[in-house]
Design a protein around this ligand. Structure first.
Ligand code: PMP
Ligand code: GLU
Length: 397
């Protein structure tokens, strides 16, 4: 028998990926599932992006590329940030990886290790704590509440800092809460941070904000800050490109060089065809992004209206991303179809088994008492699935 490693045993499977796999399994067995688990746009990748990938594949762009990505894809990323935020940097500050999850992993592996700490405001995206733990560093979670809009205050940040703190992870707009920090709020956090602590800013939902909320590119907040910030983003969410696996980091050249070394031993380079697709996404017409955002905004309204009409749920006000993260704890201690529900995991498990509605338990995001619903799915599924949820909750005993 082959023994598996301590590393493998020390981390959890991704709860979001596991929830998506469960829905797939049930569907394969012929069950109609109302699946709100994975944060994945249901739109197909826009045609001009697919055309560029096809042309690249047919035109012979089927070889290894430089480890950090082609000169062309880096130039497209440089142009994109200049256009979006007026943020200027060179190709030596860019590295493209196989999805933003991979970018986060490589960035963490490049800057932290055993004996060091990474501060993570909680609720946080499932993978953050395990990605930190995989480097041997320790995740330090800072608990935030719905009452504060799930925002970490400068005082909370200060209380979490130790001489071992190396990195603060930020994620605005946030998965799972949809929280968007204002520019001033991020400025206050940056001010509270010692100069030798880096900021790993995951801005992957930057093009998905609603109402008056707007994203902040943290590296551009004040002169000199870009020397302390590693910006992560990717094409999965805004361009409906989850399967293409395109993520990137903007960082000081020495950090990019360290990530390049790691990536050269891990994956050689990101996919050549996906890089060509990414260029078309970033340089091409941006109306598709605006159209998808508009549709997400409509689904958000619909989701909040329908959830708001269900007794016992405490609703948030997600200003970005495509998740509703709501408090289901008033149902704990009740039974459903004879099954006791005591926490977010037993709640979501019973809901999936009995009503075939698939949510992700808040515990996976460090927030017991909550459940996450992705509204990156069609309106008919949202309407039918939330009717099912309401009916199931009404049967609580
Ligand atoms: N960061 C956050 C906050 C996310 O929600 C996701 C979702 N997958 C990612 C990073 C990674 O995205 P991907 O690997 O698909 O680029
Ligand atoms: N980020 C998405 C989510 O939270 C996709 C799944 C994943 O990569 O974890 O559902």
């Amino acid at each position: 028998m082959i023994r598996t490693s301590k590393l493998a045993a020390s981390i959890q499977p991704s709860a979001t990926i596991a929830a998506g796999a469960k829905a797939r399994q049930l569907r394969a067995a012929g069950v109609k599932v109302y699946d709100f688990s994975l944060g994945e746009p249901d739109f197909d990748t826009p045609k001009h992006i697919c055309d560029a990938a096809e042309a690249a594949a047919r035109g012979g762009q089927t070889h290894y590329t430089p480890t950090a990505g082609t000169a062309e894809v880096k130039a497209a990323i440089v142009r994109w940030y200049k256009r979006l935020y007026g943020y200027e940097f060179g190709p030596e500050n860019v590295i493209v990886s196989n999805g933003a999850k991979h970018s986060l992993h490589n960035a963490l592996a490049a800057v932290v290790g055993p004996g060091e700490e990474v501060v993570i405001p909680s609720p946080y995206w499932v993978s953050y704590s395990d990605l930190v733990a995989m480097t041997g560093a320790t995740p330090v979670l800072v608990h935030t509440t719905a009452a504060s809009g799930f925002k970490m205050s400068p005082a909370q940040l200060t209380a979490a800092l130790t001489p071992r703190t190396r990195v603060l992870m930020l994620n605005s707009p946030c998965n799972p809460t949809g929280t968007v920090y204002s520019r001033a709020e991020i400025e206050a956090l940056v001010t509270a941070l010692p100069e030798d602590v880096a900021i790993l800013s995951d801005e992957i939902y930057e093009q998905l904000t609603y109402g008056t909320a707007s994203p902040t590119c943290v590296a551009t907040l004040k002169p000199g800050l870009k020397d302390r910030v590693i910006t992560v983003s990717g094409a999965s969410k805004s361009y409906a490109m989850t399967g293409w696996r395109m993520g990137w980091c903007i960082a000081p050249a020495a950090v990019v060089k360290a990530m390049d070394t790691i990536q050269s031993q891990e994956t050689s380079c990101p996919s050549s065809v996906s890089q060509a697709a990414l260029i078309a996404a970033l340089d091409g017409p941006q109306e598709c992004v605006a159209e998808m955002r508009k549709e997400f905004a409509g689904r958000r309204e619909l989701t909040l209206d329908l959830l708001g009409a269900i007794p016992g749920l405490k609703l948030p006000n997600p200003e970005g991303a495509f998740y509703a993260f709501f408090d289901v704890s008033s149902y704990f201690g009740k039974t459903f179809g004879g099954k006791p529900v005591t926490d977010s995991l037993s709640f979501c498990t019973a809901l999936l088994e009995q009503a075939h509605v698939n949510l992700v338990p808040g515990s996976a995001f460090g927030a017991e008492g909550f459940a996450r619903m992705s509204f990156a799915t069609g309106r008919p599924t949202i309407e039918a699935g939330l009717a099912k949820l309401r009916e199931w909750l009404a049967g609580a005993e």
